[in-house]
Design a protein around this ligand. Structure first.
Ligand code: PEP
Ligand code: MN
Length: 338
């Protein structure tokens, strides 16, 4: 396991040059590896804040030159892709409302073809991983062989905690289908609420995700979209530190586990060799008994064997019942061979 999960962070939406630069300059030292901001926002109702559009591209480029972080945004059409390619951004993602639309995914895949741009695909809003898988296949057919996946949960009308139900098994199923693709988790859109973000992020990392896409804003309460779920830079720094700490601990634990398991494997191999030598000896005894017409089972001998085993075992910290069962099994197996 790597100590460094890949973290894409930044605001839900670009709002102003100042907000982009302030946020980028604070998420970089918090530990983000890449900077995100939505320019074209898919909003439920017209008339809501629909993003600043193309003019935000220059702000993102400025954020990149001031922080060195790769920059990316959501694309939902050929026009968005062309604008992003002209501006020279580093990555894009296909949003949860776009992934389920094969026409749009096809158009995006074709316009990205040959560009070499990193593409992330969010799961569709509704719980239908076939559509998610289909989007991967459309990109791959256009030569984008390693799109990344972003798991952001599903909209449900059940009473679940958070904004989008996590349904982790769906993410695991997708990983099994595309084991070679990286998968990030977006706990922000799952949570819809900053209070729930850290535990979802920790859960995602425990399930083996490669990293996270987390919304952060220099001043969340003033955000023009998703203001309840965007972390402050300080909250982001704390979340990333905690995750790295837990990863560090779990690395040390897995190291120790693997040493112990190697020892167990070695002992098991020796146990089998010893059992095999014991069986060969009992085969020889069987032959001798047959030659001189002795009965196979001699209760007093068996009684001595068991007593000796129990007395040897008591000094070795082994439980009597356990030793009795093991020796009964061994005795039965050698009688069967004789
Ligand atoms: C976003 O990342 O800002 C966004 C709109 O997310 P989603 O597509 O997952 O709803
Ligand atoms: Mn958002």
């Amino acid at each position: 396991m790597s100590l460094s999960p890949y973290i894409i962070s930044g605001p839900c939406s670009a709002e102003s040059e100042r907000q982009i630069l302030d946020t980028a300059l604070s998420v970089a030292p918090a530990g983000a590896n890449a900077f995100r901001a939505g320019l074209w926002k898919p909003r439920t109702h017209p008339g809501m804040f629909e993003g600043v559009g193309d003019k935000g591209l220059a702000w993102l480029k400025k954020a990149r030159s001031e922080t060195g972080l790769p920059i990316g945004t959501e694309v939902a059409s050929r026009r968005h892709v062309e604008a992003v390619l002209d501006a020279g951004l580093d990555f894009v993602w296909i949003g949860a409302r776009t992934t389920p639309n094969p026409f749009m995914v096809q158009e995006i895949a074709e316009s990205l073809s040959g560009s070499g741009l990193k593409v992330w695909i969010k799961n569709p809003v509704s719980q239908d991983i076939e559509l998610w898988a289909g989007a991967v296949e459309r990109l791959q057919a256009c030569g984008i062989t390693d799109p990344g996946l972003i798991f952001r949960g599903f909209q449900t009308f059940d009473n679940v905690s958070g904004r989008n139900a996590a349904r982790w098994m769906q993410a695991i199923e997708m990983r099994t289908r595309f084991p070679q693709l990286q998968m990030l988790c977006d706990p922000s859109h799952m949570a819809g609420d900053t209070a729930l973000v850290p535990s979802l992020a920790a859960r995602a990392m425990n399930l083996g995700m490669d990293g996270l896409m987390i919304e952060a804003h220099c001043c969340p309460q003033e955000a023009l979209s998703d203001s309840n779920q965007q972390l402050t830079p300080a909250q982001l720094a704390e979340l990333i530190d905690n995750i790295k700490l837990r990863r560090g601990n779990s690395d040390a634990v897995s190291e120790r586990l693997s040493v112990l398991r190697d020892n167990i494997d070695e002992l098991d191999a020796r146990l089998l060799e010893i059992l095999s030598s014991r069986m060969r000896l009992s085969d020889e005894i069987g032959m001798l008994k047959r030659e001189c017409g002795m009965p196979i089972i001699q209760p007093e001998r068996w009684d001595r064997v068991m007593k000796k085993a129990l007395s040897d075992a008591s000094g070795l910290g082994l439980q009597e019942d356990f030793v009795k069962s093991v020796f009964r099994f061994i005795h039965e197996a050698s009688v069967n061979r004789q």
